[in-house]
Ligand binder design. Structure first.
Ligand code: PEP
Length: 250
């Protein structure tokens, strides 16, 4: 693993936790993880809890990421949030292209624009990609992931490497308790890295695995050669289990 590929463990809270709950969680997590972990750690609260999380984590090494951004900086986009707005409340990164957002209507073109907008604004962008069960059963995983990554990185350049992370998240493993095998995670993350090499120095790119990661399976998944950490959903909602996954990455 190159120096640029410091492990990252990010917790996607989805539509969970109020500002008060976020504050309580972050205070507990900071106590468990310590101030200088050997891995990068981030939480991704819903929009309404971002400011509370950023406030509770100020002075710690734990970052706060959003779960999505709009591609425009401002304008007539009712219900959306822009990257500059997030930066203003202490957010340092954002997910883009999560399968739950794609299922809700986010298109490949929007994902590509949002990757660009997030990087341009100064956020770390965690681009999510991954195939459905039907696609995997059809033997089409590599082609699907290749197309998603090529499309999302269409306007990404070598200089963007420090602001880009890619998370491979097979849809069939998200929230199902069915985790990809370490070999499946490795194969897909290697594909992601190889495709990203068309745009950036992929040897320095962090590629995460996501999909039912928990304290029991995290170490083996993250020990794969092309897996540089984890994007964690359900198991990130409890500070102890999330801290154990961080520990597994260390
Ligand atoms: C996710 O939502 O990104 C995720 C990986 O969820 P879970 O860990 O619950 O499968």
């Amino acid at each position: 693993m190159s120096a640029g590929r410091r492990p990252l463990v990010a917790g996607n809270w989805k539509m969970h936790k109020t500002p008060g709950e976020a504050r309580e969680f972050c205070t507990a997590l900071a106590a468990l993880v310590g101030s200088e972990p050997s891995v990068d750690v981030a939480v991704c609260p819903p929009y309404t809890a971002l400011a509370a999380a950023a406030d509770a984590l100020a002075g710690t090494s734990i970052a706060v990421y959003a779960q999505n951004i709009h591609e425009a900086a401002s304008g007539a986009h009712t219900g959306d949030i822009s990257a500059p707005m997030l930066l203003d409340v202490g957010v340092q990164g954002t997910l883009v292209g999560h399968s739950e957002r794609r299922a809700a209507g986010d298109t490949d073109d929007q994902v590509a624009l949002r990757v660009r907008a997030g990087i341009d604004a100064g956020l770390l962008v965690v681009l999510c990609c991954g195939e459905s069960l039907d696609t995997r059963r059809a033997g089409d995983t590599e082609r699907w992931v290749t197309r998603q990554v090529q499309s999302a990185l269409a306007d990404v350049h070598a200089a963007d490497i420090d602001r880009l992370v890619i998370a491979y998240e097979p849809i069939w493993a998200i929230g199902t308790g069915e985790t990809a095998t370490p070999a499946q995670a490795q194969d897909a993350c290697a594909t992601v890295r190889a495709v990203a090499a068309e745009r950036v120095d992929a040897a320095a790119l962090r590629v995460l695995y996501g999909g039912s990661v928990n304290p029991g399976n995290a170490a083996e998944l993250m020990s794969q050669a092309d897996v540089d950490g984890a994007l964690v959903g359900g198991a990130s909602l409890d500070p102890e289990s999330f801290a154990q996954i961080v520990e597994a990455a260390a």
